[in-house]
Structures are given as structure tokens and as C-alpha cells.
Write a protein that binds this ligand. Sequence first.
Ligand SMILES: Nc1nc2c(ncn2[C@@H]2O[C@H](COP(=O)(O)OP(=O)(O)OP(=O)(O)O)[C@@H](O)[C@H]2O)c(=O)[nH]1
Ligand SMILES: [Mg+2]
Ligand SMILES: [Zn+2]
Length: 322
Amino acid sequence: MNLLQKYMNRDHEGVPAGMVMEVSGASYVVISENGHEYRCRTFPGTKTENGDSTLVAVGDRVELKVIETGTALHEAAITLVLPRQSALTRKRDVRRNRSKEKVQVIAANIDQLVVVVSAFDPPLSTRLIDRYLVFAESEEMEIVIVVNKMDLEDSTETRKLMKPYKALGYRVVYTSAEEKRGMGLLRKALAGKLSAFSGHSGVGKSTLINLLSGQQDRLRTGETNMKTGKGLHTTTNSVMLALPKGGYIIDTPGIREFNLSGITRDNLRFYFREFLSLMQKCSYSSCSHTVEPGCGIMRAVEDGRLDPDRFESYLAIYESID
Ligand SMILES: Nc1nc2c(ncn2[C@@H]2O[C@H](COP(=O)(O)OP(=O)(O)OP(=O)(O)O)[C@@H](O)[C@H]2O)c(=O)[nH]1
Ligand SMILES: [Mg+2]
Ligand SMILES: [Zn+2]
């Protein structure tokens, strides 16, 4: 339980406290500092130190009031949710948003974000990678890019697509869960940290985590059929698992889109690393790099110093923000 204690950071003065390992509907699994597992609920008196964002997310540290310890399953009420050090969040889709909550917390108190894409089926999406990178840069969060299903696509082609990311200093790990390749490097990137896996549905997040946890059938994995959409969204709630050699991983449900929260048309440009030096050459200090004459960014795209695909992502995200 050493790592668990590392992630608990307050003296609770005898009040039982723990970390949320699983969220399913209104029910939560919390592991206490002394290793007991509690089935928990919140109640109208549950307090939070995180304002009006998601009340409880996987990774949250909470204080408990124990209700039942007689049976094998311990029950408790969550009395207090402690402040989050970090969080993977996204803006809710307003068209399908029935709750009042504008920003959804997917995972809390994570040390690093692991964005998982697949080389093929579903096709590799650099647009999605760029969105996650913007998020990580804006939150100053560590990020690892995992390209899974390397058995399904020409390796040289895939590596070529990923080259700009390596050039920018981002960590890229190639895996095949099917052929158990790249797992050593992935384990190394995760060791001793609390990481959240996120990405499109069907890329193999749960399959990878099963392999990493050493429990083959711990998480349900799904067949994907991109044409019919059947079998999509196999994982429906976030779960945290311990790694055999230390560290934790949070598996999260696949997402359709990653709607950025906290990003504006004004601050977006600062979260594309390679823009920072190039935009010093823009004629206007407030250049948005979309239409202005004398734009250093557009000039760099034209003469091949800036990857056109990254610039396309910038424009796409810029357009999607109002
Ligand atoms: N060929 C191949 N198939 C893989 C690989 N990894 C996972 N799969 C398959 O891809 C499908 C989807 O895997 P999941 O692990 O359920 O994907 P997921 O990302 O957890 O999906 P959601 O839970 O819906 O977000 C399953 O049929 C897996 O067997 C891989 O490296 N190569
Ligand atoms: Mg899954
Ligand atoms: Zn410009």
C-alpha cells in the first residue's frame, strides 16, 4: 500500500480515508489507506473541495463514514472529496448534455496522461493526438502517446506519421497487444506513476491494461466493427488497477470527441510547442495565424519548417472553439 499512501496527502485525524478505484453510476469502490475495500455512496451532505465540478471521479481522495463492516463487503458513505492535484477533464457535449455540469472529470490526481491510438482499425488519428497534446500542455501534464495494433499496419508508414511528435520531444511507444510487442517499453513509461489511458473506442486500451495488470480477463474488451458501429464503447466506466511492480492505471471509456475545456482562441497557440519560437516572426503580436498577412507560422508551413498536419490541427481546433 506504499503507493496508495503516496497519493494520500493529508492527515485525516483518525477519519478513514481512501482513494476511489471505480465509479459505476452512483456507486463507488474506495480502497482505504489500510487496504480495506469499501462500497460507497455519496449523500446530500457530502462535501467537496473541488467547487461545482464532477463530485467524485476515479483517483479522487475521499474521507469516509463507515456504515457496515460486518459482512465481507464493507460499506461507507463519502463525507468529503479532497482537492484534486490534477485531472483529465473534457467539456461535455452541449447537445447531449442533460446534467448541469459543464466540465466532466474523467480521472483525478493523475501523474500522466496516456493517449492511446491504433495504427489501424480504427485508423490512426493525429487530430485526436493533437487535441490531447493541447490539453496536456495547457495543464502542464506529462503525456505518453501509445500507438497500438502495430501488427495491423505497415510499421514504416506508421512511424513516419509519428515522426513529428518524436521531433517535438513527445514520448511515443509502439505496441501490439495482440502480439505482445512493445510491452516492456510501455511498462517502463508507466512504472511508479498513476496514469490514465484515454482515446477512441476500440483502440485497445482495456486489452493493453489487461496485459499490464497480469490478469488476462480483468477488464472486458470488445470486438470492433467500424462500419456498423457495433461493439463500440465496451468500457462504460472508469476503473483503476494496480500494476504488479508499482504504479496504477486508470482505464476510461472510449470517447467520440475530445472537447477541450479551458482552451480559448486566444490561448490555443501557446499549446502547440513548435509555434512558440516561430510566432515571434509574425507581423502582429496578437496574430491568430489564420488570416493575417506576414504570419510567421504560415510562412513556416509554406517553406516546410512546420508540419502542415499540425497546422491543420491548429486550424481545426481554432474553428471548433467559439
Ligand atoms: N490486431 C490487434 N487487435 C487488438 C490489439 N489490441 C486490441 N485489439 C482488439 O481490439 C478490440 C478492441 O479492444 P478494447 O481493448 O476493447 O478497446 P478499448 O480501447 O478498450 O475500447 P473501449 O472500451 O470501447 O473504449 C478487441 O477486439 C481487441 O482484441 C492489437 O494490438 N492488435
Ligand atoms: Mg475499454
Ligand atoms: Zn501568425
